[in-house]
Design a protein around this ligand. Structure first.
Ligand code: NAP
Length: 346
């Protein structure tokens, strides 16, 4: 029987693994499976960080050449599979691989399978894997993250990391976007916040919304409407991302939702701000979820869930901050919460 089982493989999962491994709890991590289904859904192992390029805002990774450090930390064959090293800070895939390595160094065991079902009605808890096996565990840390929603266009997929992004805060400052017109798709708080953020770098940000009224909170709406560098395009949806192999994104085609002709707009970046979906399908009916699918953490500043001994860390319980560093922070908290829970059993 396991003492701690961690589900997920982003910053929250690896941080909780580092903490529980150092506490001699011998954690096992189910990092997810490399399947076509997970690829299509955006839920491949190593989470959302693995889908980004440079990371400049994770403390501890200042601008500098980290080649030698990375060569030491990551086996050559794994490194060869990664995109070229970013000179500024660290890249998302490198950062999450370094976290994984750090967890391995303390004795974490890793299985490349998904957890597809859980039984929290009996103790020890039972988890069922995509490989068809079942395991028993005294405690669980759920860190399965969330995935950004995309429109599902082929062209959108083609230009991911080359002008299409779902995170302005992560990618907006990259050189390819500087001083160029950009677009944000969506009308909620995230979309307005992303548009506002992008005005730091861009002379014109188009906010494309499918209706004629924003969903965002009043103060955010005011900010968008009054901002001289935000131009709201009403009643339109993204129909196609335009671009080429050399330049990446060069524009977009927008379809009208009220029967007007399509238009094309020149932009160097298209940012999706149409919400996120937490990876909690396997937890439905097993644990308390919010109406939007995120895990409920009933005690403020704790990672407890509605089930004793089951903790939630990272984006799977966070529809608000969604940063690698905040996920890592709650991963640490979940590791400590699990340790204290196990001590209380003894
Ligand atoms: P959201 O509130 O669900 O908004 C999603 C937006 O995307 C909506 O405007 C929606 O249009 C649009 N949308 C969804 N699917 C679409 C599609 N297929 N095509 C075109 N447009 C589509 O999500 P969010 O903005 O990520 O916010 C999530 C939560 O976090 C909210 O509670 C929000 O208040 C909170 N949040 C707060 C802040 C802040 O206070 N600073 C910042 C970020 C997020 P419709 O409006 O037509 O449905």
């Amino acid at each position: 029987m396991e003492r701690v089982t961690i589900i997920g493989s982003g910053p929250a999962a690896w941080t909780s693994a580092i903490y529980t491994a150092r506490a001699q709890l011998e954690p096992v991590v189910y990092e997810g499976a490399m399947t076509a289904e997970n690829q299509a859904l955006g839920t491949l192992p190593m989470g959302q960080l693995a889908l980004t390029t440079e990371v400049e805002n994770f403390p501890g990774f200042p601008i500098g050449d980290l080649e030698a450090y990375l060569d030491n930390a990551i086996a050559k064959d794994r490194r060869m599979m990664m995109p070229p090293h970013a000179k500024a800070g660290v890249s998302g895939p490198e950062l999450v691989e370094l976290m994984r390595q750090q967890a391995v160094n303390f004795g974490t065991r890793i299985l490349s399978e998904d957890i597809v079902d859980v039984d929290f009605n009996t103790k020890p808890y039972k988890l069922f894997t995509s490989g068809g096996t079942a395991l028993e565990t005294q405690s669980v840390i759920i860190a399965t993250g969330a995935r950004a929603n995309y429109m599902g266009l082929e062209s959108e997929n083609r230009f991911k990391n080359r002008g299409v992004s779902a995170c302005a805060v992560c990618d907006g400052g990259l050189p390819r976007f500087r001083n160029k017109p950009l677009a944000v798709i969506g009308g909620g708080d995230s979309a307005v916040e992303e548009a506002d953020y992008l005005t730091k770098f861009s002379p014109m940000v188009y906010l494309v919304h499918r209706r004629n009224e924003l969903r965002a909170s009043k103060i955010m709406v005011k900010r968008a409407m009054e901002h001289e560098r935000i131009n709201i395009i009403w009643n339109r949806v993204l129909a196609e991302v335009l671009g080429n192999d050399a330049d990446g994104v060069t524009g977009m085609t927008l379809k009208s939702t009220i029967g007007e002709p399509d238009i094309q707009v020149a932009v160097a970046g298209v940012f999706l701000g149409i919400g996120h979906t937490p990876n909690t399908a396997f937890l439905k009916g097993k644990i308390d979820l919010q109406p939007n699918g995120y895990i409920v953490r009933p005690v403020p500043f704790r990672t407890n869930t509605s089930v004793p001994g089951v903790f939630a860390a990272g984006d799977v319980a966070d529809d608000y901050y969604r940063q690698a560093i905040s996920a890592a922070g709650t991963g640490c908290m979940a590791g400590l919460d699990a340790e204290r829970y196990l001590a209380s059993l003894e």
